[in-house]
Design a protein around this ligand. Structure first.
Ligand SMILES: Nc1ncnc2c1ncn2[C@@H]1O[C@H](COP(=O)(O)OP(=O)(O)OP(=O)(O)O)[C@@H](O)[C@H]1O
Ligand SMILES: [Mg+2]
Length: 310
């Protein structure tokens, strides 16, 4: 068994003149939640379809669970669970009957099917609603059921295309909790796409940032933040002088300090350097009014990466 769940080399896909995906080279280890982050039309869904062998690459290659997507797509699909943009449930059936039907598709024996259905519906807090027709359900409940369906046959790898899209913030948080727990308890690798930076930051061990079909960065969320110079704080106050700025720029832990009107923007190597900056400013006579977290979140990193594109 390979240690990589997914490995791609120079994967490209064009639709006519549109380069939906360009030269994607990516390695995703097993057992993690990987977040594929990018704006609309950046190539996220195209990538999932390529990885499942639903679409042929224009050039390049990909191995999923050790199988080539062009020659062994059936083996990949057998071992993968999928939630694409449409949840694909049978609206007129109950929750339990939906899972039972998909269990038949996967040729799971009746007793095992019932046990697995119960296990998943219980884990996702849907067991009490198992006899309800899905048509009347909220989007969040349907989404949870669709995730149960994707996990039914105990896949090694699950693709979730925007699992929390269209959910209210409370439902999205609940679903994220479920995904974390499911990935831990089922030991599956999860490849999810999202526009939501905070989501990727909270959920994923590894994040790939994609824009216009190009992979801009791959890193653990915390490291991605560090690329932009660690932590940034914004200090407002009065009495700032040039010597104070020079003093800050010479201070250990400070990578850059500059004034922007009444605001002092200080880039630091780490959060741990904040107190020494504040102390140095106070003793130099700067009257601090507020200290706020500046950029440095994944959101800023993302915008910086996208804007830096040629
Ligand atoms: N079947 C297709 N035929 C023609 N163009 C396509 C097709 N599928 C995707 N594209 C184009 O490829 C590009 C990438 O689309 P894709 O659906 O992969 O983006 P996405 O990142 O999933 O976007 P979203 O966040 O909106 O779901 C877009 O320009 C899209 O119009
Ligand atoms: Mg998409």
């Amino acid at each position: 068994m390979t240690s990589r769940a997914i490995s791609t080399k120079g994967l490209c896909r064009q639709f006519g003149a549109v380069h939906a995906l360009e030269d994607l080279t990516l390695e995703i280890p097993r057992g993690i939640i990987f977040g594929f982050l990018g704006p609309n039309g950046s190539g996220k869904t195209t990538t999932i379809r390529l990885l499942l062998g639903l679409l042929d690459p224009t050039s390049g290659s990909a191995e999923v669970l050790g199988y080539d997507t062009r020659t062994n797509a059936a083996a990949i699909r057998e071992r993968s669970g999928v939630l694409l943009e449409h949840c694909g449930l049978y609206e007129r059936l109950t929750a339990e009957d939906n899972l039972d039907l998909f269990g038949r598709f996967w040729r799971i024996a009746p007793a095992a099917r019932r046990a697995r259905t119960r296990e998943l519906l219980t884990n996702l807090e849907l067991w009490d609603r198992r006899d309800q027709i899905v048509a009347g359900w909220s989007r969040g409940m349907k989404q949870k059921l669709a995730i149960a369906r994707a996990l039914l046959h105990r896949p090694e790898l699950v693709f979730l295309d925007e699992p929390t899209a269209g959910l209210d913030p409370v439902a999205a948080v609940a679903l994220r909790d479920h995904l974390s727990r499911l990935s831990a308890s089922e030991g599956v690798t999860i490849f999810l796409t999202t526009h939501n930076l905070a989501e990727a930051e909270r959920l994923c061990a590894l994040v790939g940032v994609v824009s216009n079909g190009q992979l801009l960065a791959v890193a653990p969320p915390a490291q991605l933040g560090a690329r932009r110079g660690g932590t940034r704080i914004e200090i407002t106050g009065s009495g700032l002088t040039d010597p104070m700025l020079a003093m800050l720029n010479a201070l250990g832990g400070v990578t850059a300090a500059r004034a922007d009107g009444r605001c002092l923007i200080v880039d630091l190597r780490a959060v741990a350097d904040v107190p020494s900056v504040v102390a140095a400013l106070v003793s130099a006579g700067f009257q601090i009014e507020s200290v706020q977290n500046g950029s440095g979140s994944l959101e800023d990193v993302f915008h910086a990466l996208v804007e830096a594109q040629p």
